[in-house]
Design a protein around this ligand. Structure first.
Ligand SMILES: Nc1ncnc2c1ncn2[C@@H]1O[C@H](COP(=O)(O)OP(=O)(O)O)[C@@H](O)[C@H]1O
Ligand SMILES: Cc1cn([C@H]2C[C@H](O)[C@@H](COP(=O)(O)OP(=O)(O)O)O2)c(=O)[nH]c1=O
Length: 209
């Protein structure tokens, strides 16, 4: 079996930056790596971007956003394809799978949107837990500064209050899921990378020897 590592955190926490660096680190050590993300680039992920994340006309039914239940189900459908078609086969082939977001995102975000946590956990029960979840934690103010430069930001990402709730939710989830480890994401990129590598060596590689 391979190794399944997930990066989580609020928007702009540095997940994609660190996921790429970690993937390179594993490749340099000779591992076969699959770097992936959620929402995916499949038709399901595209549907989510169209209906949920853009806040565009198509996502609006009767003048409101699509329901939070439908939103959670769309993320779960995208995830089911992701798990069955990519994650599980890659792990069976002995590869290192690194995912930028996974079901922990649904727990943190859709819980913040008002859904029941246990309902969300049950909905996502089909998805195998990761071996290690790196939670990049930083104050919302900092994350907003980092993503201000991005050209296309949806309404969804702009809501500071929601991001604050999401951050709190992640910290609560870290108490519930032992695979979640908190990393201070305020540090410079290289320092965070070194912290992540130390965690991976200690939590995953040493335990396999
Ligand atoms: N440790 C860091 N310190 C300062 N800026 C960072 C750091 N990590 C990433 N960034 C920058 O912040 C922005 C968001 O990073 P990104 O990796 O895309 O975050 P995420 O994938 O979590 O949304 C990018 O412009 C990136 O270059
Ligand atoms: C995977 C997932 C993402 N999301 C949200 C988190 C992000 O705001 C958005 C993903 O958009 P994306 O632009 O891919 O992420 P990022 O802003 O981190 O680069 O979708 C959920 O609400 N639930 C989920 O299950």
């Amino acid at each position: 079996m391979g190794m399944f590592i997930v990066l989580e955190g609020i928007d702009g926490a540095g997940k994609s930056t660190q996921a790429k660096m970690l993937a390179k680190w594993f490749e340099n050590k000779g591992y076969e790596v699959v770097l992936t993300k959620e929402p995916t680039d499949t038709a399901f992920g595209k549907l989510i971007r169209r209906l949920v994340l853009t806040g565009g006309k198509e996502g609006i039914i009767d003048g409101a956003r699509i329901s939070k239940e439908a939103e959670a189900l769309l993320f779960a459908a995208d995830r089911a394809e992701h798990v069955k078609k990519l994650i599980e086969p890659s792990l069976k082939a002995g590869k290192v799978v690194i995912s930028d977001r996974y079901f922990y995102s649904s727990l943190a975000y859709q819980w913040a949107r008002g859904l029941d946590l246990e309902w969300l956990i049950n909905l996502n029960a089909f998805a195998p837990r990761a071996d290690l979840v790196i939670l990049l934690d930083l104050p919302v103010k900092e994350s907003i500064k980092r993503i201000n430069g991005r050209s296309i930001r949806s309404e969804f990402d702009k809501i500071v209050e929601l991001q604050k709730k999401v951050r709190e939710n992640y910290l609560k989830l870290a108490e519930k899921f032992e695979e979640i480890r908190i990393i201070n994401a305020l540090a410079p990129v290289e320092d965070i990378h070194n912290d992540i590598v130390a965690l991976v060596e200690h939590e995953l590689l040493e335990k396999r020897e």
